[in-house]
Design a protein around this ligand. Structure first.
Ligand code: NAD
Length: 338
């Protein structure tokens, strides 16, 4: 079988993870990854066997000086691939749309870009079918992916009357030495709505959801506190069973000594996950409560990882490698070890 050829433009936190997840699949391969300048990440990409490209011809000399082999520029790479994953920093990806159009290549952007750029926002469980054969898509952000996974499951099973969510966001990724706050909690934005609710609506337009967000002095994970009024009123056990059946929700329990995002991350490391990645939503089973007819629970989201399997599924849908979303999800999960 011919493997689909995937280019990665922006080989940082998300790009390098998507590259490894793509390389692990049997129906797609990495044609090349793009770095702007030499770095340890470029060197490791080379050691992994990925062909390295750079954004502009004038950068090639810098790579040569650092003894890192470069196969050409982004322009050269785009001619060789079937699809490009754009994992450049937020708002930069939009600048590349014209270039992708020029090369007639399909493109997947990330959550830092606006929905309108691709005209279609993706989540594997909620709208795989609508992605089939598309030229452009945007995999929604880590927080939105985490929210859509649970809200789609609940809405499909019971109908959501309204969802109210407070997101306690990690302020920066672990490798980020520039972003704060170091010692503060920052309501962000100060006034409703945070962008997460409207972003959920780019995939689930009919769900009544409002979100508030607070930046917190941590790098590990985001924590969501959810309060949802459902049209039917299931018991707590029914919700637990619903989440158990979903492909990308992992139930954990404080009685198993996972009481925090720190222990959830340690759990992933102990499982031998690459980079300690948690690709699933981590839902605390013992937080699931029905009170006065409304559902409450906590979930943690590993911001560096949860969008990675979604990118793999989006590639499969857009290149029509698999028409059945559930089968793509099962395949991605099996190969990654979810
Ligand atoms: P990052 O800063 O870790 O990586 C971006 C990479 O792109 C870096 O290697 C950088 O050198 C490179 N780059 C910068 N300018 C470039 C250019 N003009 N052309 C090509 N490459 C360039 O960023 P990230 O956290 O991986 O975020 C990438 C995208 O994924 C953003 O849209 C972001 O919003 C989204 N996202 C991030 C997270 C997260 O928590 N880190 C989670 C989900 C989605």
């Amino acid at each position: 079988m011919m493997k689909a050829k995937v280019a990665i433009n922006g080989y940082g936190t998300i790009g390098k993870r998507v590259a490894d997840a793509v390389a692990a699949q049997d129906d797609m391969e990495i044609t090349g990854v793009v770095k702007t300048r030499p770095s340890f990440e470029a060197r490791i990409a080379q050691e992994k066997g990925y062909d390295l490209y750079t954004t502009a011809r004038e950068n090639i000399e810098q790579f040569k000086k650092s003894d890192i082999k470069v196969s050409g520029t982004l322009d050269d790479l785009l001619d060789k691939a079937d699809i490009v994953i754009d994992a450049t920093p937020g708002d930069i990806g939009a600048e590349y749309k014209e270039l992708y159009n020029k090369h007639g290549i399909k493109a997947i952007w990330q959550g830092g870009e606006e929905h309108e750029l691709a005209g279609f926002s993706f989540n594997s469980e909620a709208n795989y079918k609508e992605a089939i054969g598309r030229d452009f898509a945007r995999v929604v952000s880590c927080n939105t992916t985490g929210l859509v996974r649970v809200l789609y499951a609940l809405d499909t099973a019971y109908g959501i009357r309204k969802a109210r969510v407070t997101l306690m966001r990690r302020a920066a990724d672990p490798n980020d030495i520039k972003t704060g706050p170091i010692n503060a909690l920052v309501p962000d934005p100060i006034k409703l709505p945070s962008h997460h609710g409207p972003d959920v609506n780019s995939i689930l337009p009919h769900v009544d959801v409002t979100t508030m967000a607070v930046k917190t002095s941590t790098t590990l994970m985001h924590l969501h506190a959810l309060n949802i009024e459902l049209k039917d009123t299931p018991g707590e056990d029914a919700i637990i069973n619903l989440f158990k059946e979903r492909p990308r929700i992992r139930l954990v329990s404080s009685s198993d000594r996972i009481k925090s995002t720190a222990e959830a991350m340690e759990f992933a490391k102990d499982m031998g996950r690459p980079r300690g990645d948690v690709w699933e939503n981590v839902v605390w089973k013992d937080s699931i409560s029905i009170s006065k007819g409304e559902l409450y629970f906590f979930q943690a989201i590993h911001q560096e990882a949860d969008v990675v399997p979604e990118n793999v599924d989006a590639i499969r849908a857009m290149l029509e490698l698999e028409r059945d979303g559930a089968r793509s999800i099962a395949k991605t999960n099996k190969i990654l070890g979810i």
